[in-house]
Design a protein around this ligand. Structure first.
Ligand code: AKG
Ligand code: FE2
Length: 289
């Protein structure tokens, strides 16, 4: 059995402490980050969509687990959660070695009674199992507890410190510990830490909101341009849209037409066109020379 425990921090510890714990252990719990009223609003907005979601198609997604996405389009509360200052402050630090980051996916994960454990994995294996250089982090992930997370109901299982391990290892459930936390607490974890959803031996659903961020030179797992249709996107703030990917990654990734900024296109001509983020390009060149 793994004798390690997960580090717990409080929101007032701030993003430096969260990012530091992330680098060291690959995962950390921030207790009571969300106020209960925000989660109540989120649940009310999202309930009909969760209800209509089919169970997963395979062992990884979970045959007794529902995964409900497009949270930005479906919930105003989700937008607030996505831009929580402590989370973005942690992303700034954890992913600060690259020019930018973006939303990777938004998903309510509802693990139903009878669901068995999910295979232990690294989330960054989504990138076709590419082995990123050791220490080069590509994701900053959160799971917000919408119900209490207990060992019995399927709390996420984590191998603390495995962010420093070799790639493509196979851990057993005995190597993991459950990320037990109360409703409103948030598990923050890297793309490199080994983990998986727990088995649900209880008679009620374990629900968590998986909001994840990745480097802006990588593809997003959830296609935000289609998940958030233009008529909804036009109503959102620029900062949120840029975080969703209506932006140029690095110098020029994702430009439109004649080197136009995608956000300018969405706003029908307002804003910049012509060149990408020249400052970021120059900063990157300086970094590498
Ligand atoms: O639901 C969980 O606790 C974790 C799920 C997970 O790790 C995944 O789907 O990649
Ligand atoms: Fe995962």
């Amino acid at each position: 059995m793994n004798a390690a425990t997960l580090t717990h921090l409080s929101p007032t510890d701030g993003p430096d402490a969260v990012a530091e714990a992330l680098s060291e252990h690959g995962a950390v719990i921030v207790d009571d980050l969300a106020d209960q009223a925000l989660l109540d609003r989120f649940e009310a907005e999202i309930a009909p969509f969760v209800e209509a979601t089919a169970p997963g198609p395979d062992d990884f997604a979970g045959h007794s687990t529902r995964r409900t996405g497009a949270l930005v389009a479906r919930s105003a509360a989700a937008r607030e959660m996505l831009v929580h200052p402590l989370v973005l402050g942690t992303c700034d630090r954890h992913l600060g070695h690259a020019t930018g980051y973006q939303v990777h996916l938004t998903q309510v994960i509802s693990i139903g009674p009878g669901q068995s454990t999910q295979p232990i994995h690294r989330d960054q294996w989504a990138f076709d199992f590419f082995s990123f250089p050791a220490g080069y982090e590509v994701q900053c992930n959160t799971i917000w507890a919408l119900t209490d997370f207990t060992e019995e109901n399927g709390a996420t299982r984590v191998v603390p410190g495995s962010n420093h391990a070799e790639d493509r290892l196979q851990f057993s459930q005995d190597d993991t510990i459950p990320a037990e936390m109360t409703r409103g607490s948030v598990l923050v974890y890297t793309g490199s830490v080994y983990h998986g959803g727990g088995a649900n031996h209880s008679d009620s659903v374990r629900a968590g909101v998986n909001l994840t961020y990745n480097l802006s030179w990588l593809r997003q797992e959830e296609n935000q341009y289609l998940a958030v249709p233009p008529e909804v996107a036009r109503e959102l703030d620029d900062d949120l849209l840029r975080l969703l990917g209506w932006n140029r990654g690095a110098y020029a990734l994702g430009y439109v037409g004649d080197l136009q900024d995608p956000l300018a296109l969405l706003r029908r001509g307002a804003g910049t066109s012509g060149f990408g983020n020249r400052d970021a390009l120059e900063a990157a060149l300086r970094r590498d020379s």
